[in-house]
Unconditional design. Structure first.
Length: 300
């Protein structure tokens, strides 16, 4: 294909871990950021609206621009300059994969502007985006859509990150309970121990395997399948109210987990509704469909 002068990329947010699947399970959600990038004679000019406007950098330090540069380091053919417009709907620092979505959007836009086919270069895009994150669960969900299983082959391999996409059972209707406060992944990861008891590791391994079945074929198993002993209770001091909300939902039979690094809570309902008497002060409930498409590209 030739080298286009303009590209628009639309990328979904995501929820990672989904309970026990730490750094390995992800779910794409129907909440999207869009990025329009055009070739310019020189420099980097970025306009941001929506989430993050006035807070994120509007130069080469912007996450989308950094992802583009990383992708061009791989595929080559960087243009002399770019003009970019970002329209953001994914809340920042809430556990809904905003940084992974930005990295996927940037890497995808760079590949297309280099004259490559984004579909054929999905692996390269994943390496760039997941490499910036350090794990592939959110990035794979934003790139591929649906329910994903991601894994890390190790730093000494040329294709470090891999992922497979599976069809999500149509009876699963997520509701994101978006917290009004923020949480940083670096902070919550710092609460995790270097070692966990063998019994907890075995328990979480069995629940992760069960989660693959529950999300794809047997949603009636989601309550046990989203139970975790590996990371959520260690992170409880970072988001006690969200942890309490997870407990309340689960006590009422609703599968729920901390979304990624939190503090958003993900409830996995059968119809997109929650009990009307739930105390959701401090949270905004968003019924979000599973995004089955992932990153999409329009060439201008």
């Amino acid at each position: 294909m030739g080298r286009p002068r303009e590209v628009r990329v639309r990328v979904p947010g995501s929820s990672a871990n989904l309970g026990p699947g730490f750094d390995s399970l992800g779910l794409a959600l129907g909440l999207h950021d869009s990025v329009e990038v055009s070739v310019a004679p020189e420099g980097v000019v970025i306009e941001v609206s929506g989430e993050g406007a006035g807070r994120v950098p509007c130069d080469e330090a912007h996450l989308v621009a950094r992802a583009m540069r990383s992708a061009w380091d791989v595929v080559g053919d960087a243009p002399p300059g770019i003009r970019m417009r970002c329209r953001n709907a994914i809340p920042h620092s809430r556990g809904l994969g905003s940084s992974a979505a930005a990295a996927v959007a940037g890497a995808t836009a760079a590949v297309v502007l280099a004259g490559r086919d984004a579909e054929l270069e999905r692996d390269a895009i994943l390496q760039v985006a997941a490499g910036m994150e350090g794990h592939a669960d959110n990035a794979a969900a934003s790139l591929l859509g649906g329910f994903v299983i991601a894994w890390d082959a190790g730093r000494n391999t040329s294709q470090r990150f891999s992922a497979v996409r599976l069809e999500t059972h149509p009876g699963i209707h997520p509701v994101a309970l978006v917290a009004g406060t923020e949480s940083l992944t670096s902070t919550t990861r710092g609460l995790l121990p270097d070692r966990v008891p063998l019994v907890d590791a075995a328990f979480t391994g069995s629940r992760t395997a069960l989660a693959v079945l529950a999300f794809t074929q047997r949603p009636e198993l989601l309550l046990p399948a989203t139970e975790d002993r590996l990371h959520q209770h260690y992170r409880r001091p970072a988001y006690p109210d969200s942890a309490d909300l997870v407990d309340t939902l689960r006590d009422r039979g609703i599968p729920a987990a901390i979304s990624g690094a939190g503090p958003t809570v993900l409830a996995l309902t059968a119809d997109g509704t929650l009990p009307p008497d739930l105390d959701l002060r401090g949270y905004t409930a968003l019924a979000l469909p599973v995004d089955g498409t992932g990153a999409t590209v329009e060439i201008g």
